[in-house]
Design a protein around this ligand. Structure first.
Ligand SMILES: [Zn+2]
Length: 253
């Protein structure tokens, strides 16, 4: 695989970075990312990954766009209300970067489709908003040993981490959040400020680019918490739970 003159120019500002270079750009071009949920987090994540030249993006979301989404889901336009989000997002991403392959999937993630989706990509971005989906994505990423960039945000708080079971010491989503005993809050009930999901979604794209190109340190083993009221980040060390029923050693007994 090679880069065309147009690609060399389009991506020139990041190819200038020693950490990316032509080699890294070729890795991005050859790579695929699955984005589950094209809402507040998935919008900036998809835009940045498309702009950066990730060759193939799979977008999974079965929602239709409504007026209340536009306050934070910056990939969409007012005249796209009532369209399926993945169809609307595909239009926008191809307008941004026509060199890519964008695969929209307007079906819920389920046991029937998750394995084939995850197995075909290099990195998975969890930009979803419900616990069952998060658990299903996590279980599949653990089984298939795919890196999972997990983001969440509610009210004025955001968080992001990377689960990567290619490294033994990495926790999984279940190690951290268990069976989700707490009540599940959604943005429609609790509220959310647009830039908060913007920051976390952009960081999810950043982690994906680092994982694909292979530079720097990802957030494996670290949960990064963002408080929008004080604009402060806090980092919490997280470890694998040996008794985790998804990834723990106990599961083999
Ligand atoms: Zn686990």
């Amino acid at each position: 695989m090679q880069l065309t003159d147009e690609e060399l120019l389009r991506y020139s500002r990041q190819i200038l970075l020693k950490d990316v270079d032509v080699t890294g750009q070729l890795k991005l071009k050859a790579s695929s990312v699955l984005i589950v949920g094209v809402g507040g987090l998935g919008s900036p994540a998809a835009l940045y990954l498309a702009a950066a030249g990730v060759g193939r993006l799979i977008l999974a979301d079965y929602d239709k766009l409504d007026l209340t989404n536009l306050q934070r889901q910056v990939i969409y336009q007012t005249n796209q209300i009532q369209q399926t989000k993945v169809a609307a997002a595909k239009q926008r991403l191809l307008a941004l970067n026509p060199l890519l392959e964008i695969e929209p999937m307007a079906l819920p993630i389920s046991d029937d489709n998750i394995e084939s989706l995850v197995s075909s990509v290099a990195v998975v971005l969890d930009c979803s908003d419900n616990f069952l989906t998060r658990e299903l994505i996590n279980k599949t990423c653990v089984t298939l040993k795919k890196p999972l960039v997990s983001g969440a945000a509610i009210r004025l708080q955001g968080q992001i981490t990377v689960f990567d079971k290619r490294h033994m010491e990495s926790p999984c989503y279940h190690c951290l959040f268990g069976t989700g005993g707490e009540q599940e809050l959604t943005c429609s009930e609790a509220g959310i400020l647009g830039p908060v999901v913007g920051i976390i979604g952009a960081m999810q794209a950043l982690e994906a680019i680092k994982l694909i190109v292979g530079f720097g340190q990802t957030l494996v083993g670290k949960l990064l918490l963002f408080d929008a009221a004080t604009s402060c980040f806090k980092e919490v060390k997280i470890t694998a739970d040996p008794s985790c029923k998804v990834c723990g050693t106990a599961q083999n007994e």
